[in-house]
Write a protein that binds this ligand. Sequence first.
Ligand SMILES: [Zn+2]
Length: 464
Amino acid sequence: MAPIRLTFHGAAGQVTGSMHLLEAAGARILLDSGLFQGPREQARRLNAELPFDARRIDGVVVSHAHIDHTGRLPLLVNQGFHGPIWATPATRDLCAVMLADSAHIQEKDFEYLQRRGRAGAVSEPLYTALDAMAVQELMVAVPYRRPIHLRKNLTLEYVDAGHILGSATVDLRLSEGKPHRLVFSGDIGRSGLPIIRDPEVPAGPIDTLIIESTYGARTHESVADAERRLAAAVKRVAARGGRIMIPSFAVGRTQEIVYALHQMLRAGEIPEIPIYVDSPLAVETTTVFRTHPEVFDKKERLLDTTDAIFDHRLVHYIRDVEGSKALNTRTGPMIVISASGMAETGRILHHLKNGVGDHRNLVLFVGFQAEGTLGRRLMDGAKQVKIFGDEYDVRAEVEYIGGYSGHADMNELRAWVRKVGGPIRRAFCVHGEEEGLQGMAKILEEEGVAEVHVPKLGESFELA
Ligand SMILES: [Zn+2]
C-alpha cells in the first residue's frame, strides 16, 4: 500500500492561497485551489507558478467559493488539468460568477495600469474569462450529507461549515489498507450569523485534521455589539454629511451587511440614507443567494421572504461602470459597499481614492485584513496610502467592526474542536498568520491532540 502524503501548497503560514495536495488511494487530489492575495509582485510570483504538473492532478475538492480558496482553478485548467472539481451546489453556482469576475478584475486592473503607463509583467492577468468558464464544465455538485465515492477507496462527505453560502467542511475516508479519515475544516463560520446556518461539526474520531486558524488567538465582539456599533457609525457619519465606504467580500459579508442595515432601517434605528452595493459580483451573488434558499437558516428559509432579505427602497445595486462613477459626483451622506474585501482590487479602490482624503468620511472594515493588503495598512493607521501607484493622504476615519466576521474566533474554534468529541490523532494548523496559528496549535494541544503541526509553505508529511 502506498503511503498517504499531504503537502501544503498554500495558506501555510499565511491566510490566502488555500491549496493542499493529498496523495492517497492511487490518486492526487487537491483540497482547494485558492489565490494568494497581498503585495502585487509577491502574490503574482506565488500564483503564477503551480508547484506541480497540473495534468497529473486527478481531482479537486473545493471547500467554499471565496477566491482565496478557488481563484487558482482557472489557472489549473489553463495548465492542463481536466479532472472533476467537486463542490456543493451553491459553491458551484457562486464559482460561476466569482471566477468570471476574478478574470475580469485582472483584465480591468491591467488595462487601467496600462493606460497610466504603469503596467508591467506582474500586472498581466493570470487567466482569462474563457479559463474561468472551462472550470465550470468540470464542476460536480455534491450536496451536504450525501457521501460519494471519488475513487474506489476514497469517499467524500460535505457538512455545512456555516461560513458563507455553500461553505463546507470536507470529510474524506480512505479505505485502502488501514482506514484513514481526513477532515479539512475549510473556513469555520459562527453561530448566529444572518442568513446562513450554524456550523456543523463532524463527529470523531479523526486521524488527520487540517484546521483553519484565522482567529486562533483573537475573540470577536458579539453580533449584537456589532449591530450597535454599525448603527452608531451610520448616525455619526450621516450627521456630518460624510460617506461610509465598506470594503467587503462580495460573497457573504455584503449580503449580511445589507440585511443588517435593512433591519436597522425598518426599526428606525438609523437615518434614511441611500445604500449602494457597487459591485457587479455582489449583484450576481445576491441572485445566487436567491436561488439557494434551501441552505438558509430556518428563520430566513421561505422563498417568499428572500426578496425581503435583500431588497429595500433605499438599497441600490450597481452593475455598470457609469453608475459606479456617478457615485463620485453625488453629494450628501451615503453608504457604499464594494469589493474587494481587503481593498486590493476592484471598484472599492476607486471609491477609496476619491474618499479617503475627506475627514467627514468613514472607511469601515467588517472582515479580516491580511498582512500586506491596502485594507490592513488603513486599519493599522497609515497616514498615507498608495492606490494605483499614487499617494493619498488619509483623513477619513477608519473603523473595524469584528462582529460581522464570517470566521469563528478562538473560543468558537475551541468549541468546534470539543464538539468533534472523539480523538483527533494529528492536526495541521493552516489559514492563519503567526499569532493565529500558534493560538490554534495551543488550543489543539490543550484539547488533547497528540500531534500538532504548523506546516510551512511546500512542506510535506507522510500520514500512514
Ligand atoms: Zn472564506
